[in-house]
Design a protein around this ligand. Structure first.
Ligand code: INI
Length: 155
């Protein structure tokens, strides 16, 4: 039996990436944006074309991701945000609806839409994932986008 293994790598010649970032909790989200752009620039240099769209909050991200995807100008979209639990059920609505919306955009548009909207119980947990002890989820999401672009080109 032979197995034809299909996988992506990070050796793209160029890529056009749409970033969507939410202003809500922007103290955290700016670090995610910095992590993502740092990876894309160091990986692709001048061959990275990056557009960054700011939305008010995570709930608005799916629509903007959808418009970007429909434009046909992007190989992948990376969505950066932070939903931090408060004392009301609003957290669950924002976290669930934004994730659902982004998954729908990815499936209907047929391009990777990487969800890097942090959902945490505390601000500390968000900080840990935005460039401190648990890494930078924006940087990880950018790597994920490049890997998916590469994989999709081989399918
Ligand atoms: N938006 C976020 O991005 N993060 C949050 O933690 C958050 N909370 O907790 O309320 C949040 N709410 C705003 C929401 O995304 C919309 O912008 C707003 O409801 C207007 O539609």
């Amino acid at each position: 039996m032979s197995v034809n293994v299909l996988e992506g790598d990070f050796r793209l010649e160029k890529a056009s990436i749409g970033l969507v970032a939410s202003r809500f909790n922007s103290f955290i989200v700016q670090s995610l944006v910095d992590g993502a752009t740092d990876v894309l620039q160091r990986q692709l240099g001048d061959q990275a074309a990056i557009d960054l769209a700011w939305v008010p909050g995570a709930l608005e991200a799916p629509l903007v991701a959808r418009k970007m995807a429909d434009s046909g100008r992007y190989d992948a979209i990376v969505v950066l945000g932070a939903v931090i639990r408060g004392s009301t059920p609003h957290f669950d609505i924002v976290a669930n609806e934004s994730a659902k919306g982004l998954a729908q955009v990815s499936m209907s548009a047929g391009i990777p839409v990487i969800n890097a909207i942090l959902t945490t119980n505390t601000i500390e947990q968000a900080i840990e994932r935005a460039g401190t002890k648990a890494g930078n989820k924006g940087a990880e999401a950018a790597m994920g986008a490049l890997e998916m672009i590469s994989l999709l080109a081989r399918l």
